[in-house]
Design a protein around this ligand. Structure first.
Ligand code: ATP
Ligand code: MG
Length: 363
C-alpha cells in the first residue's frame, strides 16, 4: 500500500475530539498515512497574528489533500469566516456532501442516497457587505435610485450576491461529471430564478446549457428552493445529484443531514483543481466542546471520502462497514443519536465510539 501524506487541521471546539477519533479510526483501517498537523482557529492568533496562518495554507497546497476539523471564527479578526477564507484561498470551488441513510441513526427515511453539490466561492458568501449608515451604503443606495433599480430604505445594511457564468458552469459541470463517474442518473438544479432573475436566473440558464452537453446520458430537472425543501421532507429518495448556489446549498446540507440522523453523521469535501479538503458539515459546536460527547461519525465518514480520493477504497470501505455495523448493533452510540432514536440507553463518549469502530474493524 502506498504511503500518503495528509495535512491535518484539528480545528477547535469539538474538532479537537472528533479529529483525534478520526485519526485513530483511519490508522486502524490499515491506511498508511503520514499526518502533517497544522493549525487554524482562534488559538493561533497569539502566535501567528491570524486564525488562518500562511503556513497552514502552504501545508495544504504542498500535500494537496487535507482533513479538517471545524474551525470557529473569532469575531472581529479580519475574517468573516476562516472556513470560507480557506475555500477561497485554495480555490476549492466545489463542496460535496453525500446524504445517505444510515440504519440505526434515527433518520426519518430509509433509502436516501443523494449528493449535494454546493457552489463554494460566491453568492452571498462572497463576503461583500456594506454596513448600515456607512458612506458606501449611502452611495450604493443613491446609485440604485439613479439607475431606477428600486428604492432602498436609508437605514439598510446591504449584502451583495454575485453569481457568475464561470463559477456556475464549473459547479454544474462538476455535478454532471460526478454523476457520470459514479453511475448516477439525474442532476437537479435548485434556484429561485422567478425572484432573482440576474443571479438565480443566470444559474438556471447556465445549468440548462451545461445539461445539454450531457443529454441522453444524465437526466436534468430544476426546482425552486422552497419547493425543493418541501419535496425533500415529503420524499428525499426522489433526488440523486443536486446542485446549488452557495447559500441554498448550505441550508440544504443541514436539512439533508437532519432527515437521515443529524449533523453528527454528515460528511463532506471541498474540492478544487489542485487541492481537496475534507470536513464534516457541522461547525465547532462550542456548546458541547471539551466534554467527550460529540459524535465523530461525520469527520470519520469525511475521512472515508478522503481515502477514496487517495485511491484507497478498501480502507474507506472498511471504515464505512464498521460505521454501519456499530449503528446497526445500536449498543455504542453518542448522545445526539440516542436523542434522535429516542433511546434511553446510556450514551457513549466520542472516544468510546471510536473504540467501538476500531474493535469492529480489527475483530
Ligand atoms: P456553523 O456556523 O459553523 O455551521 P453552527 O452554529 O451552525 O456552526 P454547529 O456546530 O454546526 O453550529 O452545530 C449546531 C448544533 O448541532 C451544535 O450546537 C451541537 O449541539 C450539534 N452538533 C453539531 N455537530 C455535532 C456533533 N458532531 N455531535 C453532536 N452534536 C453536534
Ligand atoms: Mg451550521
Amino acid at each position: 500500500m502506498a504511503q500518503h501524506t495528509v495535512a491535518l487541521i484539528p480545528g477547535d471546539g469539538i474538532g479537537l475530539e472528533t479529529s483525534t477519533a478520526m485519526r485513530r479510526v483511519v490508522e486502524a483501517s490499515g491506511a498508511d498515512i503520514e499526518w502533517e498537523v497544522v493549525e487554524a482557529g482562534a488559538h493561533t492568533i497569539d502566535e501567528c497574528g491570524t486564525p488562518l496562518p500562511e503556513s497552514t495554507i502552504e501545508a495544504v497546497r504542498r500535500n494537496k489533500v487535507a482533513i479538517k476539523g471545524p474551525v470557529s471564527t473569532p469575531v472581529g479578526k479580519g475574517f468573516r469566516s476562516v472556513n470560507v477564507a480557506l475555500r477561497q484561498r485554495l480555490d476549492l470551488y466545489a463542496c460535496l456532501r453525500p446524504v445517505l441513510s444510515l440504519p440505526g441513526a434515527g433518520g426519518r427515511y430509509e433509502g436516501v442516497d443523494l449528493v449535494i453539490v454546493r457552489e463554494n466561492s460566491e453568492d452571498l458568501y462572497a463576503g461583500i457587505e456594506f454596513e448600515e449608515g456607512s458612506a458606501e451604503t449611502a452611495e450604493l443606495i443613491s446609485f440604485c435610485e439613479r439607475a431606477g433599480a428600486g428604492a432602498i430604505r436609508p437605514d439598510s445594511g446591504i449584502s451583495i450576491k454575485p453569481v457568475s457564468v464561470t463559477a456556475t458552469r464549473n459547479i454544474v459541470r462538476y455535478a454532471f461529471d460526478y454523476a457520470v463517474k459514479h453511475g448516477r442518473s439525474k442532476v437537479t438544479a435548485v434556484h429561485k430564478a422567478n425572484i432573482m432573475k440576474h443571479t438565480d436566473g443566470l444559474f438556471l440558464r447556465v445549468a440548462r446549457e451545461v445539461a445539454e452537453e450531457y443529454a441522453g446520458r444524465i437526466g436534468f430537472e430544476d426546482r425552486i428552493i422552497d419547493a425543493f425543501c418541501m419535496n425533500m421532507v415529503i420524499d428525499p429518495t426522489q433526488f440523486d445529484v443536486v446542485v446549488f448556489p452557495n447559500l441554498y446549498g448550505d441550508i440544504a446540507s443541514d436539512l439533508g443531514a437532519g432527515l437521515v440522523g443529524g449533523l453528527g453523521i454528515a460528511p463532506g469535501a471541498n474540492i478544487g483543481s489542485e487541492c481537496a479538503v475534507f470536513e464534516a458539515v457541522h461547525g465547532s459546536a462550542p456548546d458541547i466542546a471539551g466534554k467527550n460527547i460529540a459524535n465523530p461519525t461525520a469527520e470519520i465518514l469525511s475521512a472515508a471520502m478522503m481515502l477514496d480520493h487517495l485511491g484507497e477504497p478498501a480502507c474507506a470501505a472498511r471504515i464505512r462497514d464498521a460505521v454501519r455495523a456499530v449503528y446497526g448493533a445500536g449498543r455504542v452510540l453518542t448522545a445526539d443519536i440516542r436523542r434522535t432514536t429516542g433511546s434511553t440507553r446510556a450514551a457513549a463518549g466520542c472516544s468510546e465510539f471510536a473504540d467501538a469502530l476500531i474493535a469492529e474493524m480489527t475483530a
